[in-house]
Design a protein around this ligand. Structure first.
Ligand code: BTN
Length: 326
């Protein structure tokens, strides 16, 4: 017999599949349990925030869903075969990347750790990532590609490409700021942090951590001039819906990557880049350098021509668009 979580998922999938009613009989046949047991499940779902109407002789109808990080709803929605087939949901965690790294060796590829809030959300270069409860999507995907570690940075690009494609499908234009931010209208709406374990020859696992500001209506003073959210940029979407769309796109692009079809990812990274063809500033620990962003190469590195002469490949680092007159 299925466990309770799976039954909830099956019930929700059936209810979401129609704007009409699904009878108790149908639901019990789908799950192989009695009508009384279905009633218990419906009560549980109602308590979890789902508005479910029940009408005698018709059955049950779903009126609304809460925008919580519910594993059974996510399970009932995700239609992928690898990424997100196994989902671990947490109310709050220090960082989903940290959690994912702890379980990565024993977890199947494609496992996703998602949290409603992070109290130590990690950004690149030792920075923190603002992770307010209930407002954003914070998740990490465990990947186990059979590749050499030098190839791993390209995986970061899969995350940003997936997000811009999903937003495009939803009618919103977003841009990728190499190496790992997604921007809308000049502000950051998402950051990606890829972490890896392995030896010189082979990757053991990669944790692809993605944070998206979805429903935030304000940000702390320190970041309010650079951060935005999908809602502030005019896109109202539930975190669950966004998550499911992202799972699909991530799987599609990751499969392309495994098949060696890098060119598609590279094309998206290039087409949606907000720095290519622009004067940029490269921020190193000690100095800043001015350059012109030329292209992104097969390994995901940024190719620039440096002021004063010469081409350079940047594997990682911090760049910003150079404001005119500076
Ligand atoms: C950055 O902007 O520098 C990268 C931010 C990455 C944030 C995501 S949220 C999910 C995952 N868990 C973390 O602690 N960080 C990543």
């Amino acid at each position: 017999m299925r466990d309770g979580k799976m039954m909830n998922a099956v019930i929700l999938k059936a209810l979401r599949g129609t704007s009409g009613y699904v009878s108790g009989e149908q639901l019990s046949a789908m799950n192989g349990i009695s009508r009384a047991a279905i009633h218990k499940r419906i009560t549980f779902l109602r308590e979890a925030g789902y508005e479910i109407e029940s009408v005698t002789k018709k059955g049950y109808r779903l009126l609304s869903c809460p925008d919580t990080i519910d594993d059974f709803l996510l399970l009932s929605e995700v239609e992928t075969s690898l990424i997100g087939r196994n989902i671990i949901t947490l109310d709050e965690v220090d960082s989903t990347n940290e959690y994912a790294k702890k379980i990565a060796s024993e977890s199947p590829e494609g496992t996703v750790v998602i949290a409603d809030a992070q109290y130590k959300g990690k950004g690149r270069r030792g920075r923190s990532f603002y992770s307010q409860k209930g407002s954003g999507l914070f998740f990490s995907v465990i990947l186990k590609p059979d590749i050499a570690p030098q190839k791993a940075p390209f995986i970061t690009g899969i995350g940003s490409c997936a997000l811009v494609l999903v937003l495009e499908d939803l009618g919103k234009k977003a841009q990728i700021k190499w190496p790992n931010d997604v921007w809308m209208n000049g502000k950051k709406i998402s950051g990606i942090l890829t972490e890896m374990s392995g030896d010189i020859e082979k990757v053991e696992y990669i944790v692809l951590g993605i944070g998206v500001n979805v429903r935030n209506t304000f940000f702390p003073k320190e970041i309010e001039s650079i951060a935005s959210s999908l809602e502030l940029e005019g896109l109202k979407i539930s975190r669950q819906q966004l998550f499911c769309l992202l799972m699909k796109r991530l799987e599609e692009l990751y499969m392309d990557y495994l098949r060696g079809e890098h060119h598609r990812i590279l094309r998206i990274l290039t087409e949606y880049s907000c720095i290519l063809g622009k004067e940029i500033v490269i921020h190193n620990d000690k100095e800043v350098r001015y350059a012109y962003a030329l292209s992104i190469d097969e390994d995901g590195a940024l190719v620039v021509s440096v002021e004063g002469g010469g081409k350079r490949r940047l594997n990682s680092g911090e760049v910003s668009i150079r404001e005119s007159g500076r």
